[in-house]
Write a protein that binds this ligand. Structure first.
Ligand code: ADP
Ligand code: MG
Length: 408
């Protein structure tokens, strides 16, 4: 077959470019993974090859009534018409599987064979049995039917029907289980897509190792990880990954924080809820950057990837700094913390033009004798329609500290 030769150098070049585009557009770091790059390149090449083969086949057969199929010369990947993929492509499309064994031919089309006395109809026991065996091939892929197809097995109608019934109920049960499983992983915010993103970060060397979960809240799951390296910036030795939950229910209640924020207003209405979650992560990133500029003690942003925000770890040797809620402070430190929080609110308002909007002892950490602000995804500008309401609320929860300071 000279087909492979006809895949010209320019084609190879364009393949390479399109693959690198694909990688560079969204997953910049992926280019560092030689294996992934090679696999994608090969995949793209195979698809181009199949494409070319199709064209050759068409040209070869022309309008001829008898056509010759080039199917067996195709690469392993079945031919795909579209490049439709949002994030990951399901490469395992098996619409036409050239390697699938042919089903045994059971009854001829006309419904009977033979002549006169020797006529055999489609109701014949043996024929029916073979037909039933062949129909087992239509069971769901996860049902293991053995190799009865190849050994001239004859299934009676009764046996076949109860097998079919069992298969259907199994399928329904498995669907229910699967649903539950998917849901529960989504509850932990590490659904398969998220896991893949996290894996890619490790694979790209941004992270050395993901160690474990620090906290699972209503809206996010926070992981501790050892930092790796990024080209443009240093990555701290210890980082956290804040994974915003991809379950949507919590975010529905909170969209007023972002819907009325003029920074995100235009984009909000056009997005589906899944993409809105990414906005939360983005919002936290922007707010943290502003805060860092104003020298407010807070985590430093390392990287944002969809709904995963990587930032510096507040704590030491895998031990996160305690929340103000949990830390036992002496009266001096307590007073200190009080005035620090007061100052932080002021800085946040005046320098960053922000209202925290969820300021509480749960969202402040005590580290190296300082109060650190975290969890600012919902922070908004004072001009936000609810800005002053949230500021007042912050103030109220802050005065809880005031009472404690007064009491000590
Ligand atoms: P949520 O929106 O789920 O409340 P937070 O940002 O408040 O998310 O994080 C949840 C918990 O994870 C915090 O209470 C804190 O203990 C821990 N945490 C979050 N960010 C950091 C960080 N940068 N360093 C150390 N611990 C962190
Ligand atoms: Mg919080």
């Amino acid at each position: 077959m000279s087909v492979s030769l006809s895949v010209s150098l320019s084609l190879c070049l364009s393949v390479f470019l399109s693959v690198s585009d694909l990688l560079l557009s969204d997953e910049v770091s992926d280019t560092t993974s030689d294996l992934m790059l090679a696999k994608m390149l090969q995949m793209q090449f195979d698809r181009e090859f199949d494409d070319q083969l199709r064209r050759e086949e068409k040209k070869f057969n022309g309008d001829s009534k008898v056509s010759i199929s080039f199917e067996n010369y195709r690469m392993v990947h079945p031919y795909e018409d579209s490049d439709s993929s949002e994030d990951e492509v399901d490469w395992q499309d098996t619409r036409h599987d050239p390697y699938r064994a042919d089903k045994p031919q059971t009854t001829p089309r006309k419904g009977f064979t033979g002549k006169g006395k020797n006529i055999t109809t489609k109701h014949d026991e043996v024929t029916c049995g073979r037909k039933n065996t062949a129909r087992m091939d239509n069971f769901a892929p996860e049902v293991l039917v053995g190799d009865g197809l190849g050994m001239d097995l004859k299934l009676s109608n009764q046996v076949f029907n109860s097998l079919k019934q069992h298969c259907y109920s199994e399928q329904r049960r498995s669907a229910r289980l699967h649903e539950k499983k998917e849901h529960s992983t989504a509850e932990q915010a590490v659904d398969p897509r998220t896991r893949l993103l996290m894996y890619k970060m490790v694979n790209a060397g941004v992270l050395e190792h993901i160690n474990g979960c620090i906290s699972t809240g209503k809206e996010s799951v926070v992981f501790h990880a050892d930092g790796g390296s990024l080209e443009e910036q240093p990555v701290p030795d210890e980082v956290v990954l804040k994974v915003f939950k991809t379950t949507l229910n919590e975010f529905k209640n909170r969209d007023r924080y972002i819907k009325d924020d003029y920074r995100f207003k235009d984009r909000f209405s056009k997005l589906n809820p899944r993409k809105v979650i990414r906005l939360w992560a983005e919002k936290e990133m922007h707010n943290l950057t502003r805060m860092k500029k104003a020298e407010i003690p807070c985590p430093e942003v390392v990287l944002l990837k969809k709904h995963i925000l990587v930032m510096s770890f507040i704590g030491k040797d895998h031990v996160p700094a305690p929340k103000l809620k949990d830390v036992k402070l002496g009266s001096e430190d307590m007073k200190n913390a009080f005035y620090q929080v007061l100052h932080l609110m002021q800085l946040l308002y005046q320098e960053c033009n922000l209202v925290h909007a969820d300021l509480s002892e749960y969202n402040m950490l005590w580290h190296e004798g300082k109060v650190w602000l975290i969890d600012v995804s919902q922070s908004i500008e004072p001009t936000h329609p609810h800005g002053l309401e949230f500021l007042f609320r912050d103030w109220m929860s802050f005065t809880v500290l005031d009472v404690e300071v007064g009491a000590s």
